[in-house]
Design a protein. Structure first.
Length: 364
């Protein structure tokens, strides 16, 4: 009898606890907005929504004084989006260099452009690790659902580096939709009130530990430069006759990206910026000097191949109206001191990107 009574009491407590959790989750979590409200729930790999993070990037920036940054994503998953004005939108799409996870609010290249070119609202739609495959998914399942198509004036793809793996047929979980296990994990992370609060506590603990222990790896998978760039580097020359038939996967992905963008945003101009990084010094469209220290791959040569394929695919595309290709990689826009590792920009590098984009937008 005693065991039966204890069992009943325990069962009732569990039921009341679950009921309490359900009520709190329903009223304070994001479930109502994302599943029963106006905000459709979407899962783009590695996209976060309605989150604010703080990081100590002192070591990442190799700085002598402490640097703290704030990173925000709104309820639709965007950074730097003006939720009040009706200015025409310039949507910037890319990977981590577009996202600028470790550049604080107000200093991303989108934030700088908001101040420099005030007639547009520059929206940050960058997602860490995304290649053109991820951009294709984002256009169809994210941007087309939450942005006013008639008010989106320009769509900028700031791409190149992450497409190297597509050309080499090396797809990763950065590209593909996640497994059922990952889907459930991210479903809870994006919508649960209790889990979001636990993540805030965890991030604050990590923030404290990273500062106390001088260890940024608790916060970031990125690490600062161990060595400076080589002054000249290793020369690579592209002599082969590039046949896009030998790269059917990339041709299909990149062509579909243009097609889906035009289909979903028929009135928008499409700018494709072939991104420049200081470790790859392109002296022409056929010659590049790889300045990365301790080279173990054909990083810059593969990047050159990406740019050549993009140019060739666009030249053969039937969709040419309002599409422009900008070979930024042929200019020295981002200097060596504009990146905190070998690729990702600090606030100085982000300002250089802003200056470049301002110049192409103002072109007659």
């Amino acid at each position: 009898m005693i065991l039966l009574r204890i069992s009943k009491v325990a069962s009732l407590n569990i039921i009341f606890l679950l009921l309490f959790i359900s009520i709190v989750e329903f009223f304070f979590g994001s479930w109502r907005n994302n599943f029963f409200g106006s905000n459709e729930y979407i899962q783009i790999p590695h996209l976060t929504r309605n989150k604010i993070y703080e990081y100590d990037v002192t070591n990442l920036y190799s700085s002598q004084k402490q640097i703290k940054i704030t990173y925000k994503r709104d309820e639709f998953g965007y950074r730097s989006k003006d939720l009040i004005s009706n200015r025409p939108i310039v949507l910037t799409i890319g990977g981590s260099i577009t996202d600028q996870h470790y550049v604080t609010e107000g200093q991303t290249f989108q934030d700088i452009l908001d101040l420099k070119v005030k007639k547009y609202d520059f929206v940050n739609g960058g997602v860490d690790g995304q290649s053109s495959y991820g951009h294709l998914l984002s256009i169809s399942n994210w941007h087309s659902k939450f942005l006013d198509k008639d008010n989106t004036s320009i769509i900028i793809f700031y791409i190149g580096v992450n497409d190297r793996r597509l050309v080499n047929k090396a797809f990763t979980d950065w590209d593909f939709a996640q497994s059922n296990k990952s889907y459930i994990k991210n479903l809870l992370k994006d919508n649960s009130f209790f889990i979001s609060k636990l993540l805030v506590i965890r991030n604050r603990i990590n923030f404290y530990l990273s500062y106390k222990n001088n260890d940024n790896d608790l916060l970031s998978s990125y690490t600062p430069k161990e060595k400076d760039f080589e002054k000249i580097g290793i020369k690579y020359e592209f002599n082969e006759n590039l046949d896009i038939k030998n790269y059917p996967n990339y041709k299909e992905i990149f062509s579909d990206l243009i097609l889906q963008t035009r289909s979903n945003f028929p009135k928008s101009k499409i700018f494709i910026i072939q991104q420049q990084i200081p470790g790859c010094n392109f002296v022409s469209k056929n010659i590049v000097y790889d300045r990365h220290p301790n080279q173990s791959s054909n990083y810059c040569f593969d990047l050159l191949k990406v740019f050549k394929l993009q140019e060739k695919i666009l030249s053969e595309s039937q969709i040419k109206k309002n599409i422009k290709l900008f070979p930024m990689y042929l200019q020295e826009i981002i200097k060596d001191d504009g990146v905190y590792d070998y690729v990702h920009t600090n606030n100085k590098g982000s300002e250089s990107i802003a200056t470049y984009i301002e110049s192409i937008i103002n072109q007659k």
